[in-house]
Ligand binder design. Structure first.
Ligand SMILES: Cc1cc2nc3c(=O)[nH]c(=O)nc-3n(C[C@H](O)[C@H](O)[C@H](O)COP(=O)(O)O)c2cc1C
Ligand code: SF4
Ligand code: SF4
Length: 251
């Protein structure tokens, strides 16, 4: 079973590709995470977890989802982490998570996709994004080959600072950077409610026809990037930048 988490569609696109090629069931973790439900899942095929990289690790909300879920049937688990560039030592962390869950870790594959972190960094325009997605195809093919053959993913490359990035820097990132206080909304808002319905944490409520952020954000970038009116900003950091949604994602 292919289980994914996404903010802006990269990981859904990759999960869909894997599901199609492997002929395996596709599952979105969105409702389990949003509703705080522990999933009870059964599959006789390997578990394939597909998600973005947040600060050189699995997104905390996704590792919490995996921790709380019950996986019956097959014991093998693969991780496919989409990223802008670098997953640090996420592979080691994923092995530890599998040990906790009694799963047999078959490895972590890094798939470079377009950067989506518009609140912090520049993100690519649509044409460049298409090229980056195109360049990710061999990695997705390799993933399918390994999963189909029951062989482990190759060990990802890891720089000398990887343990520091996935360790202390990751903790500091969640403590100091991940908050929703910088989100603002302009008069261009049409009260369509898309931001509210897309937030995987149910962190947005429309009050008086405008979104209000309620302090439980994981910086997935779904709200700011999906607003059809371009009405959401993240302080000054997002001003004048294109918004990012995976150009090949067929939701
Ligand atoms: C909060 C946040 C943290 C991120 N941290 C990393 C990172 O540590 N390394 C990296 O290469 N990309 C990082 N990225 C980029 C995303 O992992 C990448 O664009 C991913 O494919 C987005 O997936 P999605 O469209 O499924 O949400 C980060 C993005 C966000 C929003
Ligand atoms: S998605 Fe944009 S236009 Fe729609 S309610 Fe949210 S801020 Fe307003
Ligand atoms: S508030 Fe926006 S950025 Fe934060 S978790 Fe919800 S959709 Fe993602």
């Amino acid at each position: 079973m292919i289980i994914y988490f996404t903010g802006t569609g990269n990981s859904r696109y990759c999960a869909q590709q894997l599901s199609r090629t492997l002929g395996d069931e596709l599952m979105d973790s969105f409702h389990f995470i949003r509703d705080g439900i522990a999933a009870k899942l059964l599959s006789d095929r390997p578990w394939v977890f597909v998600c973005p990289t947040y600060a050189w690790r699995l997104p905390r909300v996704f590792s919490a989802f995996i921790r709380s879920a019950y996986f019956s049937g097959c014991r093998d688990a693969y991780f496919v982490m989409t990223c802008g560039d670098d997953i640090g030592s996420a592979a080691r962390r994923n092995r530890a998570l599998c040990r906790e869950k009694g799963l047999n870790c078959m490895g972590t594959l890094r798939v470079v996709m377009p950067e989506n972190y518009v609140a912090m960094f520049p993100v690519p325009e649509r044409e460049e994004s298409r090229l980056i997605v195109h360049r990710a195809q061999p990695a997705l093919e390799l993933a399918c080959q390994c999963i189909r053959g029951g062989s482990p993913f190759p060990e990802p490359r890891r720089g000398a600072l990887a343990p520091l990035k996935s360790g202390m820097v990751n903790s500091a990132f969640y403590r100091f950077i991940v908050h929703d206080r910088a989100f603002t909304v302009s008069d261009a808002c049409t009260a369509c409610g898309k931001c509210e319905s897309l937030c995987p944490l149910g962190n947005i409520t429309l009050t008086g026809g405008k979104p209000v952020w309620n302090g439980k954000c994981t910086h997935c970038m779904a709200c700011i990037c999906s607003c059809p009116a371009g009405a959401i900003e993240y302080g000054k950091r997002s001003l004048g930048k294109p918004r990012y949604l995976c150009p090949e994602d067929a939701e």
